[in-house]
Design a binder for this molecule. Structure first.
Ligand code: TRH
Length: 363
């Protein structure tokens, strides 16, 4: 089956992160012919450094096309996915409409843990003579599920068993018993207070920061080119190709993540984590954050539950992150056990396989 997946990069790496991961999975695991149209090759190349700024290229089993205007001559596949409501090119929609057997048109929406998405998942939106369908990723069986590669948990196990030490060496570090934290984040006013609490805490902390939006503020925290203070040392790590980012999450004890895709990867890493949600107008994101916490915290004992809520709240602008840290750190053992149970619980509903079934069912 031929798939066209469209990605308009709004900002950062989440739009292309999800589209690229899904494209690879549909091609690699389901044998689909996937053509990924992306309008910002620079962002794409950050995630796939072997990519080039060319109109058409084949990478990891996927045909990657530069989405330019005017839109090039191309016949639509049997499935057409617009990620995150991006506007498909008119000439392409025209071709879809003129086909005798119409493609299955899907709007792949943003991930949310809110209840309403269960009702909206799969809903049709008629665009005569075509029909577009809303497809909502989510955490419950009535949603479109989550992106999870077939072999991910096995690869993680192998990593932890066999070659974690080699990974640390690639970063120029030895394994030691410091608390390892990865910090992938937007600019965040809570950073200073959090780092101060790590610096003055009893436990030695190594914080690994993928180069990006928070790097400047981290450097500013130390000043004078320093990278350590008290019990805290920071290491900047390069922004790596998408498949390699998982290794950082697996290797660390606690992960700070953001947006949508890294948020899901942290859950597959099965470690305690803190999510910086993508901010929306009128604080709509806080509702989304709480909807997730309501599900995620179910089953946690009171102190750990409070610790997660305080830490996540503070990292998203409500409360003091430095103060919240101590309880979060104390809750680590329970949170680590919980992370494994949670990953198991949500792993049964697979987005790629649901998409394939959905498309097959509509044809
Ligand atoms: O980059 P994000 O913040 O992305 C977004 C977008 O801003 C989008 O517009 C918004 O709507 C959405 O969030 C909610 O966060 P995200 O989704 O985690 O994407 C980051 C991607 O970058 C993810 O696929 C992982 C990848 N990545 C690497 O490939 N290498 C790295 O070294 C790191 C740190 C991340």
């Amino acid at each position: 089956m031929n798939w066209d997946i469209f990605c308009n990069v709004v900002d950062n790496y989440g739009d292309i992160g999800v589209s690229w991961r899904l494209s690879r999975q549909l091609a690699g695991e389901y044998g689909m012919n996937v053509r990924l149209w992306v309008d910002d090759l620079e962002s794409f190349i950050m995630l796939c450094p072997e990519g080039k700024k060319v109109d058409s290229q084949r990478l990891k089993g996927v045909e990657v096309r530069h989405w330019v205007s005017p839109f090039p001559e191309a016949s639509p596949g049997e499935a057409v996915v617009e990620s995150f409501g991006c506007q498909l090119p008119e000439p392409f929609v025209g071709k879809m409409a003129s086909m005798q057997k119409k493609p299955v048109w899907i709007n792949l929406e943003y991930l949310s843990a809110e209840d309403w998405i269960e009702e909206c998942h799969g809903m049709p939106s008629p665009r005569p003579p075509l029909v577009k369908h809303f497809f909502f990723p989510g955490f419950t069986p009535k949603t479109g599920g989550l992106i999870l590669e077939r072999d991910l948990f096995d690869r993680r196990r192998e990593f932890l068993k066999g070659w974690q030490a080699a990974y640390w060496q690639t970063l120029g570090m030895e394994t030691d018993d410091r608390l390892k934290i990865s910090l992938f984040s937007y600019e965040n006013p809570a950073l200073g207070s959090l780092m101060e609490s790590w610096a003055s805490g009893d436990e030695a902390v190594l914080c690994l920061v993928p180069e990006g939006r928070i790097s400047r503020a981290v450097r500013h925290f130390f000043g004078n080119g320093a990278s350590s203070k008290g019990n805290l040392e920071v290491g900047f790590v390069p922004f790596v190709e998408q498949e390699k980012y998982d290794l950082l999450l697996w290797a660390c004890d606690i992960n700070f993540v953001r947006g949508e895709d890294s948020f899901v990867r942290a859950q597959w890493a099965q470690k305690p984590f803190i999510w910086q949600i993508y901010p929306q107008e009128a604080e709509a994101h806080l509702k989304k954050l709480n909807a997730f916490l309501d599900r995620y915290c179910d089953g946690l004992a009171e102190p750990s539950l409070d610790a997660v809520r305080s830490m996540w709240g503070a990292w998203n602008g409500v409360g003091d992150a430095g103060q919240a840290w101590a309880s979060f750190s104390d809750a680590r053992a329970e949170l680590e056990a919980h992370a494994a149970t949670w990953a198991e619980e949500i792993s049964g509903n697979n987005l790629a396989s649901n998409l394939v079934d959905f498309v097959s069912g509509k044809r």
